[in-house]
Design a protein around this ligand. Structure first.
Ligand code: SF4
Length: 323
């Protein structure tokens, strides 16, 4: 099931992932690092980690078969209300409504609901409305139809009411109030974070570090760095962050590039520098592992998308470095 991710974004990943892990057992037997590599570029890495952990638990505790009752299903990592409702309705024909952003929009317009779609406390009202509508004989088809209706017809802007198969029952359509729904509370501006990242060369090898297994981008490898403080020069921040995070003294030799990336709840702008190792036994702080690798080995490790954005320019810079 997809949340905050579009189908067309996922399709190539889905084919690749299913090719690598065609069933629960093969996923359970795989190494997490390989799973993250298959997932690389898709974001939301907790989903990959949870999928892997869930596969291991299903094989170990449930004979390799996904439980079909809600309490046991929701004990598995990453399976909350939304995924449980989707799995139970689509795979096991049980009457649980799936309520995602698309479905909330459809419901808000169908019933002229005043509940705010982006307020977590309003979810109960949307679930109640969906419960009243669900077709108990074909709950999986009903849920998929609602999600598709929201994605393809009852779109956020310019819904296609003239071809909508449920316009006969839609209060907003009847009252010409479609533009007023769904209602939302004004979102806060997205915080922005300024980072300085160091590509630290030691002879012809570069340093990469591994993030802790849980949390944002958990288990991925990255080029180390840290946040730029107010009024601090990014190059100074880079050297300071490498010293603080890894006990490394480096010289900052050149500015490589700047990349930007948007995560769900914040945006980053990262200045990337070419650095040279000077001294210091490397000490891991938050990072859980490190490697000195050749540039050509980058592809073997799973990296965040923000790092991928400077790989081409890094390869070119590395090729032009004096031997
Ligand atoms: Fe959405 Fe229009 Fe259909 Fe109502 S009639 S559900 S507003 S597309």
């Amino acid at each position: 099931m997809l949340q905050q991710t579009q189908v067309k974004t996922v399709l190539p990943f889905y084919a690749r992932f299913m090719g690598a892990y065609p069933d629960i057992k093969s996923l359970a037997q795989s190494d997490l690092q390989d799973v993250l590599k298959q997932w690389e570029g898709l974001g939301y890495y907790a989903r990959a980690r949870n999928l892997h952990r869930t596969a291991c638990l299903v094989v170990a505790d449930h004979d390799g078969i996904l439980p079909s009752d809600r309490p046991r299903l929701q004990k598995l990592p990453g399976i909350g209300d939304y995924i449980a409702a989707a799995v139970l309705s689509i795979a096991f024909n049980q009457p649980y409504p799936v309520v995602d952003g698309n479905v909330k929009r459809v419901l808000a317009r169908l019933f002229e609901m005043d509940a705010n779609v982006n307020q977590s406390t309003a979810i109960k009202q949307f679930k109640t409305a969906a419960h009243e509508l669900i077709d108990a004989r074909r709950p999986g088809d009903f849920n998929q139809a609602m999600m598709e209706l929201g994605a393809l017809v009852c779109t956020p802007a310019n819904p296609d009411c003239d071809t909508c198969p449920v316009s006969f029952a839609c209060l907003a359509f009847e009252h010409r109030t479609v533009a007023l729904y769904p209602q939302k509370i004004k979102a806060k501006p997205t915080p922005k974070v300024h980072l300085a990242i160091g590509v630290v060369f030691r002879d012809d090898r570069v340093l990469i570090t591994k993030r802790p297994p849980d949390g944002l981008l958990g288990g991925l490898w990255e080029f180390p760095g840290g946040e730029v403080k107010r009024k601090e020069r990014p190059a100074t921040a880079c050297a300071r962050a490498l010293k603080q995070a890894l006990n490394l003294k480096v010289t900052v030799d050149a500015f490589l590039t700047q990349v930007t990336h948007a995560y769900t709840h914040f945006k980053i702008k990262a200045d990337v520098f070419i650095c040279a190792y000077q001294e210091g036994p490397l000490k891991l702080g938050q990072a859980v592992d490190y490697r000195w690798i050749g540039i050509e080995e980058i592809e073997q490790y799973p990296f965040p998308k923000a790092n991928h954005k400077f790989f081409d320019v890094l390869r070119a810079a590395a090729a032009n470095r004096p031997a």
